[in-house]
Design a protein around this ligand. Structure first.
Ligand code: SF4
Length: 183
């Protein structure tokens, strides 16, 4: 890894990401199986959030977008909580993860990196409700973020690739996302 890559990883550590590692975006392969889970709509966001399917684009369109990038940082963020009781804490931790990704993108922009794609965890929660529910335009198109799952990525398989923990823990929530970039 070059000096800039090391500097970005160091910054991610200082910002409180639980894990950060460089990876090849070629590992991100959108799969119909993952899209099928979204179509079951157990979370209620299908067609109700601009950063979720089908609004986020077809698997073919996403594949094309992913192919534009040749460097990636996998980012994870954990918080201790009683997950089954923690609706507000879960939402807060998701917002914190989203904000950290925005802040790291800002840092990378300051280092001269223009071509970036930050991908967060869960459905985009910057507005309540998402304007997609009201058929109004997205309020923060520059800050809105899709999740890896919304893009059709099997996150459990991806974590397996890196030997990272992908189990459910009742006392801890962990979000997984990434920033794809080129320079
Ligand atoms: S920024 Fe707001 S309107 Fe845009 S996708 Fe996120 S929640 Fe929806």
């Amino acid at each position: 890894m070059d000096k800039l890559g090391i500097k970005i990883l160091e910054r991610a550590g200082q910002m409180g990401f639980t894990e950060s590692l460089a990876f090849d975006p070629g590992l991100l392969v959108p799969k119909q199986r993952t899209r099928d889970f979204c179509e079951e709509d157990k979370c209620g966001d299908y067609n109700n959030n601009y950063m979720c399917p089908p609004c986020v684009g077809s698997l073919e369109e996403i594949k094309g977008q992913l192919e534009e990038f040749h460097r990636g940082l996998l980012l994870r963020y954990s918080r201790s909580m009683e997950v089954k009781k923690g609706n507000k804490e879960i939402t807060d931790s998701k917002a914190a993860f989203h904000n950290k990704i925005l802040q790291l993108e800002e840092f990378m922009r300051g280092e001269g990196i223009e071509h970036m794609w930050g991908i967060s965890g869960g459905s985009c929660g910057l507005c309540e409700p998402c304007q997609a529910r009201l058929s109004e335009p997205c309020l923060y198109p520059d800050k809105a973020k899709a999740s890896l799952e919304a893009l059709g990525i099997d996150v459990l398989d991806l974590l397996d690739e890196f030997g990272l923990d992908n189990k459910f823990h009742p006392d801890k929530i962990t979000w997984t996302g990434c920033i794809l970039f080129d320079y």
